[in-house]
Write a protein that binds this ligand. Structure first.
Ligand SMILES: Nc1ncnc2c1ncn2[C@@H]1O[C@H](COP(=O)(O)OP(=O)(O)O)[C@@H](O)[C@H]1O
Ligand SMILES: CC(=O)N[C@@H](CCC(=O)OP(=O)(O)O)C(=O)O
Length: 262
């Protein structure tokens, strides 16, 4: 079976048209691709934290996660956002099941060692049996990226990194759906990138903020043998069908891409 992990970024979620969810259902019928959704929700978490007057900050695209922040992260991601996506998919005719990385140890993580990041995790293992069981019964899994460590402590995992871990485990293609047409440099989309180019672009601050974990996750995928990682604009019409059919859009990560000057 061919799987595709579709990472839906919080930046774009609420602008995704009905057609996006309908396309998601069609890629299975028309191209035999089985979708697994991993979603973010950064802006919704920030909005809720602001409402609750809890301060929040990011380091290299990762949210500093104290205990009160962690409570809000889980409430928003595994609660409202996860259920909102499954509702949209159900409306589009899919059998969607929303689960969190803490269910049945789907995502096990360890605390990232960067000092003062708090309860932020990096994925150690993915229990793909849960996903395979759902997929066998024609369900589309919709995953919230909250994980647990080996002691059962909840950890906040960046959704790009969670999507990469799931894709590596399932040997799936990866489409990262976001609010920009790809990785941009000097106002233009970079059509191709290789893992080796990523660190330089971050150092030169061509890539900043939320794009940092995205390109790092993409590079990690390619280095471990994932065949296709594409960063794509969620509002681009029929982009999922286009990608499923082998079309080229957004920024594609490859083992040997086009070199960037400088
Ligand atoms: N070189 C770059 N190309 C495109 N976007 C970039 C770049 N550097 C930083 N960004 C920022 O990254 C954002 C996407 O990351 P993020 O907001 O975390 O999205 P998502 O919620 O989809 O994961 C873009 O909206 C843009 O502001
Ligand atoms: C550790 C960390 O930064 N976790 C993210 C999880 C959500 C996410 O990744 O959402 P996007 O895909 O919209 O960025 C956060 O707290 O915002």
């Amino acid at each position: 079976m061919a799987y595709v992990v579709i990472k839906c970024g919080g930046s774009i979620l609420h602008q995704l048209p009905d057609a996006f969810f309908e396309n998601l259902v069609q890629i299975k019928a028309r191209f035999g691709l089985e979708p697994v959704i991993v979603h973010g929700g950064g802006p919704a978490i920030s909005a809720m934290l602001e409402k609750m007057q809890i301060k929040t900050q990011f380091k290299n695209g990762l949210r500093v996660t104290t205990e009160p922040v962690l409570n809000v992260v889980e409430m928003v991601l595994s609660g409202s956002i996860n259920k909102w996506i499954t509702r949209r998919l159900s409306q589009a005719g899919a059998k969607a099941v929303g689960i969190s990385g803490t269910d049945s140890r789907l995502l096990t993580a360890r605390k990232i060692e960067t000092p003062n990041l708090g309860y932020v995790g990096e994925i150690e293992s993915v229990n793909e049996q849960v996903l395979l069981a759902l997929l066998r019964q024609q369900f589309i899994p919709v995953i919230s990226p909250v994980a647990t460590d080996k002691n059962g402590q909840r950890l906040n995992v960046n959704a790009d990194l969670a999507a990469a871990a799931v894709a590596r485990k399932m040997n799936a293609r990866v489409w990262m759906v976001t609010d920009v047409p790809g990785v941009m440099m000097e106002g233009k989309v970079l059509p191709y990138l290789t893992p080796g180019q990523v660190d330089g672009l971050i150092q030169k601050q061509v890539i900043t903020g939320g794009m940092i974990p995205k390109v790092r996750a993409a590079a990690e995928c390619i280095r471990s043998g994932v065949k296709e990682v594409v960063i794509v604009d969620g509002t681009e019409e029929d982009s999922l069908l286009f990608l499923a059919g082998g079309g080229k859009t957004g920024t594609k990560f490859t083992g040997n891409g086009v070199l960037i000057d400088g």
